[in-house]
Ligand binder design. Structure first.
Ligand SMILES: Cc1cc2nc3c(=O)[nH]c(=O)nc-3n(C[C@H](O)[C@H](O)[C@H](O)COP(=O)(O)O)c2cc1C
Length: 234
């Protein structure tokens, strides 16, 4: 009796789960544990609320403290701020309303050629007295060899993993600053790449709506830890 459901229908089903009426919780205490526990995916935003660019930058500055493979920081961000651009994104993201209502949508992308920045990144470490020129040269050469010869799928996987880490840090930073987010994988990546002229070396990781939530996300429910935890070996 299963009838095939479109992705748009599926993504909009989430509204049926969302019976919350309260507003997103404003945190008095922004210690890490409170922020991590209180973050929820928020899908209703105040469309008239515009975030200052400086605040978006502050959140991204914290996000980019995330760890990455060989510190190559393959994340790239496209901040979609103009209403017209958000309208263009709306159907590409299966008409999820948060796309147009949130202050901005941040497309997190992963650069599969991020290893080309190795020299720049590690030269800075030499400048800061953190390593010798010789160690840097050796290390950068091994990065160029290792990543430069890696198959495309491996580079893509690394970009995705690192992109996921930076995304999480972005969402927690936003919550700590009094804003809400929802990560989104529900969009047509090919159409997004075309419409937003994404260069070939970049791969979309996820979209994140960011803004002032008007309604809390539905409360969290997680599998018990013991159902997802094993020790030492499977
Ligand atoms: C990679 C990823 C993709 C997601 N895609 C969507 C999406 O397209 N639309 C949406 O409303 N929520 C999306 N979510 C949010 C999840 O539904 C949400 O994180 C989950 O239900 C747990 O709720 P919480 O974030 O409030 O803890 C996505 C989450 C992740 C991590």
């Amino acid at each position: 009796m299963s009838t095939k459901m479109s992705r748009e229908e599926y993504l909009n089903k989430v509204k049926d789960l969302d019976t919350t009426t309260e507003k997103p919780k404003e945190l008095d205490n922004t210690d890490f544990f409170t922020v991590a526990k209180e973050r929820r995916s928020v899908r209703q935003y105040d469309p008239s609320f515009k975030m200052e660019e400086s605040e978006i930058r502050d959140i991204l500055e914290v996000a980019i403290e995330a760890p990455s493979s060989s510190n190559l920081q393959p994340w790239r961000f496209l901040v979609i701020q103009d209403q017209a651009a958000k309208e263009e994104l709306l159907p590409i993201a299966f008409n999820q309303q948060q796309i147009v209502d949130a202050s901005v949508v941040i497309a997190v992308l992963g650069d599969k050629q991020a290893y080309n920045n190795a020299d720049r990144i590690y030269s800075e470490s030499v400048k800061n007295g953190l390593m010798t020129e010789e160690i840097k040269e050796n290390y950068v050469n091994s990065i160029l060899q290792n990543y430069g010869n890696a198959p495309a799928e491996r580079l893509s996987r690394i970009a995705m993993i690192d992109g996921g880490l930076v995304s999480m840090q972005l969402m927690l930073a936003a919550k700590a600053k009094g804003y809400d987010t929802v990560p989104m994988g529900g969009y047509d990546a090919d159409k997004f790449i075309k419409a937003f002229d994404v260069p070939e070396n970049l791969e979309p990781v996820m979209l994140i709506a960011l803004g002032k939530g008007t309604k809390a996300g539905f409360p969290k429910n997680r599998l018990p830890l013991d159902d997802v935890l094993e020790w030492n070996k499977y």
